[in-house]
Design a binder for this molecule. Structure first.
Ligand SMILES: [Zn+2]
Length: 302
């Protein structure tokens, strides 16, 4: 039977070093999550720059999927695998374990790096990592120590080279909580994806559909396509400017100097919209722009 050995721990806790020492001369495949994260960033067009927020979450999720697929593939080929993963949370580990149990017949073990402060600080110095040691330690507190209930065959604690089997009392509630969180996370991701898709479709449809064009200067309004608006001299997204971003919203008869955009971008002031400085008309324009393109679909929706 194949063995999949996970090696987990905080940054600079000695995962890579442990793998090099412990598996020296052994015929195994090492799959490092960081390689897959870099691949996911590259594919998403971020390169060396790490994205933030939802984009980062999507990249990390994709990296995890690729990593997991690669592990299963190797196990199925009859290979023993070592996988480096940060794996702080039980829910992340459960995702892997469930999938591996379904797809391959393998023993699943995990080594948790628990270095002494001294060793850890040395590692950080050697790798010339920025940041105070306390920040690294805070990270460590985030780690939920693996529990047998998650489905591991063996759990090891590694402290400065000493390997100790540590099978805590199985706690079913850990896995129940993790599965609940996973289900909620899955639902949230799906909803976000649908929202993103809908917004993209809506933005695309604005190129061809008729929608309300409001002149912020003279108050004229026309329900026309972007092409018609452009031909009639309107300054309006998607041809001029972007939906949701402050720019002129004028008909062919009105000029830019009477727009909110002009007022906000006046010389000598910060280009920031302060609601209390707006007239009631300007406030309506601003609220409408912020809610574009939705605010242009039905008359009076703003
Ligand atoms: Zn006008």
């Amino acid at each position: 039977m194949q063995t999949i050995s996970f090696v987990m721990g905080a940054t600079a806790s000695g995962k890579t070093y442990f793998i090099q020492q412990h598996y020296a001369g052994k015929d195994i495949d090492v799959l490092n999550i960081y390689d897959y994260q870099q691949k996911a960033y590259d594919e998403a067009g971020f390169g060396e720059k790490i994205p933030f927020g939802a984009a980062q979450f999507r990249c990390l999720k994709k990296a995890q999927d690729m990593h997991l697929r690669a592990i299963v593939e190797k196990l199925r080929q009859g290979r023993d695998v070592v996988a480096e993963q940060t794996f702080y949370k039980a829910k992340r580990r459960i995702t892997y374990i469930d999938e591996i149990r379904k797809a391959a017949n393998a023993e699943i073990e995990v080594y948790v790096m628990c270095p002494s402060d001294l060793r850890w600080q040395e590692n950080i110095r050697e790798r010339k990592l920025a940041g105070r040691f306390e920040a690294f330690k805070r990270d460590f507190v985030e780690i939920e120590f693996p529990n047998p209930a998650e489905g591991f065959d063996r759990i090891y604690e590694v402290a400065d080279g000493n390997i100790r089997l540590r099978m805590d009392r199985p706690k079913k509630e850990i896995t129940e909580q993790a599965r609940k969180e996973l289900a909620e996370e899955g639902k949230r991701i799906q909803e976000e994806e649908e929202e993103r898709k809908k917004r993209k479709e809506l933005i695309e449809s604005m190129n061809t559909r008729s929608f309300w064009h409001y002149c912020e200067v003279c108050g004229k309004r026309e329900f026309i396509t972007a092409q018609d608006a452009f031909d009639r001299g309107w300054d309006y997204p998607p041809r001029i400017g972007h939906f949701g971003l402050l720019g002129p919203r004028t008909c062919g008869s009105c000029g830019i100097t009477d727009t909110l955009y002009w007022k906000i971008n006046a010389p000598g002031r910060l280009p920031v919209v302060l609601k209390e400085e707006l007239t009631p008309e300007e406030l309506i324009t601003w609220e409408r722009i912020k809610k574009e393109p939705k605010s242009l679909l039905n008359e009076g929706e703003d």
